[in-house]
Write a protein that binds this ligand. Structure first.
Ligand code: M6R
Length: 604
C-alpha cells in the first residue's frame, strides 16, 4: 500500500528517496513521485504513473537537494493519474505533502474550510495540504497550522510535510498508518518501514498514533498535537541489508519459498532450548491457559494459516478455537465466550483490518497475542503479547514463508500450553524432532521444481479457472493454495472441501477443467477424496494430485514426504506455492508484484 520516504540533512535526497521508493515497491503501488528541495528558489516535483523505473526516467541531474519527500501511491480515492499521485501541493505551491491512509472527513473539510480552493485531483489527500496552506494564509505559524489541521482531520494517516520556505524541516504525524523515523549522522529520515532506510541507518525511533515530529538534520522532536514534548528512545533494527536483496533469484517469491527450511530451523532455535524444552514466554502460556476460547483474527493467507492450525491447537491445548475474518470482526463482533483470548496473526503486523479488531479487543479488556514477522509493528506494539516469526523480510506480495512460520509458531505455543496443562498429546509430541522432519520434507519438495513446472505447464497454461480440493487440513491448505494461485496467476481458483463439490459446484466441471487434489490425511479420508477425484474425472476434469508418501499411488503427480499430521499443512502447501509461482511465471506476469495488490494492507 502507499509508501512514504523522506530525508532532511547533509545527503543527496534524490538518491535516497529513489532508493527508498524502490525498497517500498513490494508494498504495492500504481504511481509515484518525489519532491526535492535545495533552497527556496530551487526545488522540483516529479510524478509518474506506473513503476518507479518510469519515475526514474523523468529525473535529470537538475533534481538535486538535501531535503525531500517521496511516495508510492496505491489508489483509493481517484484513479492512478499524475494529478492524483503524491506529493501534493497547497494552493500557492508553498507546502508539499505526502500521505498514506484514508482521510474519512475530507469532503466535510472541503466544504467547511476550503471553499474556493481549486483542487487538481480527486484524492482525499489534497485537502490536507490545502488546509495547512489556508491556515498559514489565515495567520498561523506553520507548526500551529499543521497542528490545527491534525485536530480536524479524521481517519488514518501518515503525513510528511515540507514548507518550501524552510527546506531544513520536515513535519511528520501519524494516526493508524505506519511511519518510522530513521536517525543518521547529520541527517534524519522518515519512512513507512525500516526496509527503505536500512541502507542508510540501523537506528530507528517509533512514532505512535496522534504524535507529531519536527524533523531536522540533527533532531527529531516528538510531541502530542497540543505540543507537549514526548521522550522516545531509539532502537537498533536487526534487519540485515542482505536479507532484503534478491541475490541471484529471478523473483523474491522463489527465494522466500526456498528459505522455508531455514525458517523452520530458526523457529526451533527460538522457541525451544537445546534439550527440546519449550521457551515460549510463560506469561503468554498463562494467558492462553486462562482462556476458555481462543479467537484467531486475521486476513488472507494469515487467516488460512489460522485454519490450518485450528485442530492442532484444539488437540494440544484442549481449548476451542474460533476463526474470524478481521475485516468482518472489526465492526461485527459476534457473541464471545466468557474468557476469550485473541490471537492476531499477521505477517506485516500492520494490516488495518486486524488492527481495528485489536483496538476493539483492547477497549473490551480482552487479552491479545500478536504473532507477526515484524518486530515493533503496530499490532505487536498494541497487543498484550507478541511472538515473532523470525522468517526474515517477506518482500513478494504473495505470502509463503510467513504462512508456514505462523503454523510452526502456533505449534510451539500449543505444545507449551498443552504441556503446562499436563495434556498427554502435548507431552508425547516431540515438536523439535517433527519440525526438523518438516524442514527435510520441504527440502525434498524443493528439489522437484522442474517436475512441478512441467506439470503446471501441462495443466494450467491456458485455463481461466481451476479448483483445489481436499479434506480436513488439506481443505484448509486448498484454501491457501487457491488464494496463492489466483493472486499471482490471475486464474480464477476456488479451494473446496472435497465432499462439497457434489453439493453444487460440480456443475462447473467440464472438459479439461483443472482440479488439483490434496491428500495427506488418514487412509479412510484419502479414499473419500480419491472418490471425489473419480467424480470430477468422470466429468472431464484434468486432475493433478499432491499426495503424502504412504498414501500415494503410482500415478500420483507430486508426492510429499510424510510428516506429523499436526504439521502436514506446512509440507503440503509447498508444492502449491511452487504451482502458483510457475503458473505466474509461465504467463509472463510479474510474480512479486501482482496487479492491484499491496503487501501491507494499511487501509480498511
Ligand atoms: O500482513 P498480513 O499477514 O496481516 O496480511 C494479510 C493479507 O493481506 C495477506 O496475507 C495476503 O492475503 C497475502 N498477500 C496473500 O499472499
Amino acid at each position: 500500500m502507499c509508501g512514504i520516504v523522506g530525508v532532511v540533512g547533509n545527503r543527496n535526497a534524490t538518491d535516497i528517496l529513489m532508493q527508498g521508493l524502490e525498497k517500498l515497491e513490494y508494498r504495492g503501488y500504481d504511481s509515484a513521485g518525489i519532491y526535492v528541495i535545495d533552497n527556496p528558489d530551487n526545488s522540483r516535483l516529479i510524478k509518474s504513473v506506473g513503476r518507479i523505473a518510469d519515475l526514474r526516467s523523468k529525473i535529470g541531474i537538475d533534481v538535486a537537494g538535501a531535503t525531500g519527500i517521496g511516495h508510492t501511491r496505491w489508489a483509493t480515492h481517484g484513479q492512478a493519474t499524475e494529478e492524483n499521485a503524491h506529493p501534493h501541493t497547497s494552493a500557492t505551491g508553498r507546502f508539499i505533502l505526502v500521505h498514506n491512509g484514508v482521510i474519512e472527513n475530507y469532503l466535510q473539510i472541503k466544504e467547511d474550510f476550503l471553499a474556493g480552493h481549486d483542487l487538481k485531483g480527486q484524492t482525499d489527500t489534497e485537502i490536507a495540504v490545502h488546509l495547512v496552506g489556508q491556515f498559514v494564509e489565515d495567520g498561523l505559524s506553520v507548526l500551529e497550522a499543521f497542528k490545527k489541521a491534525l485536530h480536524i482531520i479524521e481517519g488514518s494517516y501518515a503525513f510528511a510535510l515540507i514548507d518550501s520556505q524552510d527546506p531544513e524541516t520536515i513535519y511528520v504525524a501519524k494516526n493508524k498508518s505506519p511511519l518510522l523515523i530513521g536517525l543518521g549522522e547529520g541527517y534524519n529520515m522518515v519512512c513507512s518501514d525500516a526496509m527503505a532506510m536500512i541502507r542508510e541507518t540501523s537506528q530507528f525511533m517509533e512514532i505512535h498514533d496522534k504524535e507529531l515530529v519536527i524533523l531536522t538534520k540533527d533532531q527529531a522532536l516528538v510531541s502530542d498535537y497540543d505540543g507537549h514534548p514526548i521522550e522516545r528512545d531509539s532502537y537498533t533494527a536487526e534487519l540485515d541489508l542482505s536479507d532484503i536483496g534478491k541475490g541471484t533469484y529471478p523473483f523474491y517469491m522463489l527465494k522466500e519459498i526456498d528459505e522455508q527450511p531455514t525458517v523452520m530451523r530458526k523457529l526451533i532455535s527460538t522457541y525451544a532450548d537445546e534439550q527440546g524444552q519449550m521457551t515460549v514466554d510463560p506469561a503468554i502460556i498463562k494467558s492462553v491457559q486462562e482462556a476458555d476460547r481462543i479467537y484467531i483474527l486475521a486476513a488472507g493467507t494469515s487467516y488460512n494459516a489460522g485454519f490450518a492450525s485450528k485442530s492442532m491447537i484444539e488437540t494440544l491445548t484442549d481449548t476451542p478455537v474460533e476463526l474470524g475474518i478481521a475485516s468482518e470482526w472489526g465492526y461485527n463482533m459476534p457473541l464471545l465466550s466468557k474468557k476469550p483470548m485473541f490471537i492476531l496473526l499477521s505477517q506485516s503486523g500492520e494490516t488495518a483490518d486486524s488492527r481495528q479488531v485489536l483496538v476493539k479487543a483492547n477497549a473490551m479488556g480482552i487479552p491479545s497475542l500478536t504473532i507477526t514477522n515484524v518486530p515493533g509493528s503496530t499490532l505487536s506494539r498494541e497487543a498484550s503479547y507478541t511472538m515473532l516469526l523470525h522468517a526474515g523480510p517477506e518482500i513478494a506480495v504473495a505470502s509463503t514463508k510467513a504462512y508456514t512460520a505462523q503454523i510452526a509458531a502456533l505449534a510451539f505455543l500449543s505444545k507449551a500450553v498443552g504441556e503446562a496443562n499436563g495434556k498427554k498429546e502435548a507431552l508425547d509430541f516431540d515438536l523439535v524432532h517433527e519440525l526438523s522432519l518438516v524442514a527435510q520434507s520441504i527440502e525434498a519438495t524443493l528439489t522437484e521444481k522442474d517436475l512441478i513446472a512441467d506439470k503446471v505447464e501441462k495443466l494450467l497454461a491456458t485455463t481461466r479457472n481451476a479448483f483445489y480440493i481436499g479434506r480436513g487440513n488439506d481443505y484448509y491448505v486448498a484454501m491457501e493454495a487457491s488464494l496463492k494461485l489466483k493472486e499471482i496467476s490471475y486464474i480464477q481458483c476456488e479451494g473446496f472441501a472435497a465432499g462439497e463439490l457434489k453439493h453444487g459446484t460440480i456443475s462447473l466441471i467440464e472438459d479439461d477443467t483443472p482440479v488439483l487434489a490434496l491428500i495427506s490425511s488418514s487412509e479412510v479420508v484419502a479414499a473419500h477424496t480419491r472418490g471425489n477425484i473419480q467424480e470430477v474425472a468422470a466429468r472431464g476434469a484434468n486432475v493433478l494430485t499432491v499426495v503424502e508418501e504412504g498414501l500415494h499411488k503410482e500415478d500420483d503427480d507430486i508426492v510429499v514426504n510424510q510428516v506429523h499430521p499436526y504439521l502436514s499443512s506446512i509440507s503440503m502447501v509447498i508444492p502449491t506455492q511452487l504451482i502458483a509461482y510457475y503458473a505466474s511465471l509461465q504467463r509472463g506476469l510479474d510474480v512479486d508484484k501482482p496487479r492491484n495488490l499491496a503487501k501491507a494492507v494499511t487501509v480498511e
